[in-house]
Design a protein around this ligand. Structure first.
Ligand code: ADP
Ligand code: ZN
Ligand code: ZN
Length: 724
């Protein structure tokens, strides 16, 4: 009898490829293990065994495999089921899914590029002969392809050698050269051990009588530590005692204070103070009970909770129950870079049980999380991750939380599989019979439909903020009118300037929101704000300069560009839009005494620049932050009083059938950044058309009317909302 395996290769092949194995191998190989296999004339790939069988392929002669790379499967049968579903539903190959799913460090191939590792301290004597040869070669040549290494060693089965070298840190894979995540460290001090006794302490204070400033620092230290059990930050100590960095350093040098660092976020839990999870208040409790009882009938539920209503604390309670029952939890967030606040919070509740999975991590860190999940390690009881974490090899999943379920970044556009992580998570959940909770302050139309109209999901709503903090007051500013009365300075209305000055006087912070899509090629009249619309499709027409035409990119309807506004006849048509940069410049001129920061794709491209800006804003080093939708993502700033939306119209007029829904979501989310503490926040929305239904719905915080209206406009073309 002959033995064969079907292998998924990490390339877009329509069919699986069949290889031949020996009968000894056949008793060892299981689906989900990796094998190194030859492909084409000279390539080697790492493939994943899909199936073992005894049928020789009819069209070609099956080649033999090079090597079995695993002792145990690295994915479970459930993952295969999910992959099959994805390949079919998102119309791609299993190879595409494999490539997206498994960290590339586990998928070495002949074209993979290898270079010298970061670690400087490789002990030659610890390397085996073949390992040493490769290591040597990399001292003469900065990088090598795996197949070149194959030539150096004069053998085919070299993936194990490479794997060992990787583990020893002697080599690195090319992909690892992308941006690495550096943990954020915060500096703390504590009193040196010598001074724990009262006696020693008294002596110290006596001695410090000659250095009054240093004494003040120590006294402040005591005041602080008597108030809290938390570690004392240097920054805190410094600002309270008004000491200089040099004075603090002297105390450290004299070994009176001892400095230490705590990593404030991400992968490793560094033993910070644990905190019990919060007791839910009556409203949260009610929501929690509704979710629990709906889970007894349906696996999926939607929680519609306004910003700052305490959704996260409800998730935490659910998470606790599930891990106590011995199951794994997947906590999905739209963009992990934006969630250091959340990581921190979860670690305080769950300590080292939290793992974070994130495309910015190095390959080896990703492999580490992969292994933890595969082995059911306690350290991965809760995985917090962005969309790709749905691929982790869970085997005992009990709960998936999809936070901010309306977010577009859950959808992968390129390359294949072009999946939506929320929808995939629901599928994954069903395979495990796990519970899935979707949460948002502004649910997507399709999820709300599934919950409230179709009753496919359970549903519950939380309409008030935690501690009864009021929702921000929203004011619409008619800039058509302001323009006419010459009350605009650049893009700022007199009302906005007034409110900004007020907030600045009170020492509070301001967010100015300008959609980056302001650059989209739509025409807007400067006088009346009109944008030409497609007569068939209810979307804005886009301007095509080379033909001087307006076109609908849904139905193709085209018309010539007219020199004057079709609504009011004005000649002042604008197709440029304006961006965050211009707003920031104008703000500098208007508020010369304030610090202005800008956050958009341009300013956050560099390493950690996103964190830096957020940090500076949190530490109140920036008074006015101008930004794009990046600002909307669940950030919790304590001192923001005012949010200004510079121009609502270019969001509303964006040529997309979901433009209205998205505008509502964006404006609600950005408004949610205002006044999250005791004081009520204020939101100013500048617009040419204050009577636009969406703007009315935003100011009344009226999701339901928005939903019903959007459903009606979708109903013209489709009876069901489009998922995508
Ligand atoms: P959301 O996720 O809906 O935006 P959060 O869960 O972040 O809201 O809650 C907003 C704030 O209120 C947070 O600072 C949170 O710690 C606090 N909070 C929420 N629920 C409770 C509770 N039951 N007890 C104490 N504080 C709470
Ligand atoms: Zn006009
Ligand atoms: Zn059209």
């Amino acid at each position: 009898m002959h033995y064969f395996i079907d292998v998924i290769l990490p390339i877009p092949l329509e069919r699986l490829f069949t290889y031949r194995i020996t009968s000894a191998e056949s008793s060892f190989i299981k689906p989900g293990m990796r094998v190194a296999v030859p492909f084409g004339k000279s390539k080697i790939y790492t493939g994943l065994v899909y199936k073992t069988h005894n049928n020789a392929p009819k069209i070609y002669e099956a080649k033999e495999i090079h090597q079995i790379l695993d002792e145990f499967p690295i994915v479970n049968p459930v993952q295969f089921r999910l992959w099959e579903w994805m390949a079919k539903y998102y119309m791609c190959t299993l190879g595409d899914v494999l490539r997206a799913a498994v960290p590339s460090a586990l998928l070495l191939e002949s074209e993979t590029i290898v270079s010298k590792g970061q670690s400087q301290t490789i002990n030659d004597s610890k390397l085996k002969d073949d390992e040493f040869l490769v290591y040597e070669a990399l001292h003469h040549q900065s990088s090598l392809k795996v197949r070149e290494i194959s030539a150096i060693l004069d053998k085919k089965n070299i993936l194990p050698v490479i794997k060992r070298l990787l583990e020893k840190g002697a080599i690195a894979l090319k992909e690892e050269i992308f941006e690495k995540y550096k943990p954020k460290l915060v500096r703390y001090v504590r009193l040196d051990n010598k001074y724990v006794t009262d006696e020693a302490l008294e002596k110290l204070l006596d001695k410090l009588n000659r250095a009054p400033k240093q004494k003040l620092v120590i006294m402040t230290f005591f005041t602080l530590s008597s108030k809290t059990n938390n570690p004392i930050k240097v920054s805190e100590l410094k600002s309270l005692s008004k000491a200089s960095s040099a004075q603090i350093k002297t105390l450290i040098d004299k070994e009176i204070l001892e400095e230490y660092f705590i990593q404030t976020d991400r992968i490793q839990f560094s033993g910070e103070e644990r905190e019990p999870i919060k007791l839910l208040n009556e409203h949260q409790k009610e929501v929690f009970d509704t979710i629990e009882s709906s889970f007894s009938k349906l696996n999926v539920a939607l929680l519609h909770g306004v910003t700052s209503s305490g959704k996260t604390e409800i998730y935490v309670k659910l998470v606790e129950n599930i891990i106590n029952s011995g199951k794994q939890v997947l906590y999905l967030v739209p963009e992990i870079a934006l969630t250091s606040q959340l990581v921190h919070r979860l670690q305080r509740y769950f300590g080292e049980q939290v793992a974070v999975y994130h495309s910015k991590y190095s390959l080896s860190e990703r492999v580490e999380v992969w292994d933890k999940v595969l082995n059911n390690s306690v350290k991965a009881n809760i995985v917090l991750g962005a969309r790709s974490s749905i691929f982790l090899p869970f085997n005992n999943l009990g709960l998936i939380i999809v936070d901010e379920e309306h977010e577009q970044s859950y959808k992968q556009f390129d390359p294949a599989p072009r999946y939506h992580a929320r929808d995939t998570a629901i599928m994954l959940g069903s395979f495990f019979n796990a519970k899935v909770l979707l949460g948002s302050a502004t649910p997507s139309i399709e999820s709300y439909f599934n919950a409230v109209k179709d009753h496919k999901y359970g549903f519950t709503a939380l309409k008030i903020r935690y501690n009864d903090v009021l929702m921000p007051e929203i004011e619409l500013v008619d800039i058509k009118d302001k323009h006419r009365r010459k009350r605009m300075t650049g893009h700022f209305s007199d009302r906005l300037i007034e409110e900004i000055n007020l907030a600045l006087q009170e020492g509070q912070q301001i967010i100015l929101f300008q959609n980056r899509r302001g650059f989209s090629p739509i025409i807007e009249c400067h006088t009346c704000g009109h944008s030409p619309q497609c007569p068939n499709c209810d979307v804005s027409l886009t301007y095509h300069q080379y033909k001087n035409q307006l076109r609908c990119h849904y139905c193709g309807h085209a018309m010539g560009m007219t020199p004057e506004c079709m609504a009011c006849g004005s000649l002042e048509l604008d197709n440029k839009g304006f961006g965050t940069e211009q707003i920031a410049e104008e703000a500098k001129a208007l508020f010369p005494d304030s610090k202005i920061g800008r956050m958009d794709l341009d300013t956050t491209r560099g390493k950690y620049s996103y964190e830096k800006i957020i940090n500076a804003f949190e530490q109140q080093e920036i008074d006015i932050l101008v930004g794009t939708q990046m600002l909307t993502k669940g950030l919790d700033f304590r001192n923001v009083k005012l949010v200004g939306i510079m121009n609502a119209d270019n969001m509303l007029n964006f040529p997309d059938f979901r433009a209205h829904e998205r505008s509502f979501q964006l404006m609600q989310q950005v408004s949610g950044r205002a006044g999250r503490t005791a004081e009520r926040g204020k939101v100013l929305i500048q617009t040419y058309n204050p009577y636009h239904n969406i703007l009315q719905q935003v100011s009344n915080n009226d999701y339901e009317t928005m939903f019903n209206e959007q459903m009606n406009s979708v109903a013209h073309t489709n009876t069901r909302p489009i998922i995508g």
